[in-house]
Design a protein around this ligand. Sequence first.
Ligand SMILES: Cc1ncc(COP(=O)(O)O)c(C=O)c1O
Length: 382
Amino acid sequence: MTAAITASLPIPLDPAAELPVGLDDPALDTPAMLVDLAVAEANIAAMAGYARRAGVALRPHAKTHKSVAMARRQVAAGAAGLCVATVTEAEVLAAAGLTDLTLAYPVVGERKLARLERICRDADVTLVADSAAVADGYQRAAGGAGRTLTVLVEVDTGMHRVGISPDRVTELAGTIARSPGLRFGGILTHAGQAHDAVDQPGIERVARAEAAIMGDVRAALERAGHEVAVVSAGSTLTARYLTAADGITEIRPGTYVYNDLRTLACWSCTADQIAVTMLATVVSADGSRVTVDAGSKTLTASQDPAYGSGYLLGRPDARFTRVSEEHGVLAVPDRPALAVGDRVRILPIHACVWSDLQAEVYGLADGQIIERIRVDALRHSL
Ligand SMILES: Cc1ncc(COP(=O)(O)O)c(C=O)c1O
C-alpha cells in the first residue's frame, strides 16, 4: 500500500503523540489494537527454540501480523524466512529486504502474475501449486523474471481446502520438473482441520497424520527419482508435534506470535501467552448491560463456542451478548460496574483478522505504548 494512502487513513493514536503514551491518554482513541511486546517476543523466542530443538527450519506465516517490524523480530530470533498468503504481503516484505519468502497460495490471474514476476526479479520466492494450470502461470512469470522459480506441490492432508490428494502428487511434480523455468522443490501442506479437534490428543493425531502422509508422499517422490528438498508443514496447533525425525524440513506457524482465544481453546497456548487486545471505550451502560465501541467491524464476525465475540480482560463475569457493526454489547453483572468513558481490553477470537483491519497497532510495555507498529499489508487479500 502506498505511503500516500496509509497517510490518509485515520489511526487511533494522534500522529503527533510522543511515546510513551498511557492507555488512558486522550491522545489515544479507540478502538485500538494493542500488542504486549514482552508476550509477543516470548512467543517468537519459544517457537524459534522449538524449531531449533526439533531440527526444522522456522518460516513464520506473516498473515498474522502483516507487518515488517514483526517479521524482522521473527527473523532476528532465527526464522529462516517468511511465509505469506498474498502477493501484497510478498511485495511489502520483499521491498523491506525480507526476500526469502514462500507464497503459500495459488497465484492465479494476469495482474497478480505480473506483480509476482516483478517481485521474483529480486526476491527468492518459493511458490506452491496444486494443478498444472497454476504451474503454467508460474512458468510465464519465470520467463518474464528471467529466473528459474522453485515450486512446491501442495498436498491435501485432510483440510480439503486446496492441495491435491497424496496419490496425485508425483504426477504434478513431474509436470513441474519438466516445465521450462520451473524447479520442483518439494511439498507443502496446511492441516487446518486441527481446529476441529475436540481434545488435545485430537490435535496430536492430526499432526501425526500430517507427518505420516507427508512422509509417504516424500518416499513416493523419491522412488520416482525426484529430489525433495522441502517438506513444509506445521501450524501453531500442529508444529510442536513435528520434528526432523518425521522427515519435516520446515514449519510455518503464523498465529503463535500473537495467539488468540481460538488457539487457547485448542490447547495450544495459555491465557498469558495471548499478546493482543483491543482497547475499547464504554459508550453506553445501563446496569449490567454495557456497550463498547468495538462491534463486528472491529472484532470481526469470528465467534467461538466458549468465548463468543471476545473476552473482557480482567472481567470473568462479562460476556458478549450481541455485536452489531459499531456496537459490542456485553452483560457485566458484577461490581464494580462499568461506566460511560471507561476503557476495557478485549481478547481476540482470531488475531489475524484483527490485524488485517489496522493501519498500525501499538506495542505495549509496562502498560504504556512504547512503539507504533505499522501493518504494512493491511486490508489486503489482493
Ligand atoms: C498455508 C498456511 N500455512 C500456515 C498457516 C499458519 O497457521 P496458524 O496461523 O494456525 O499457525 C496458515 C494459516 O492459515 C496457512 O493457510
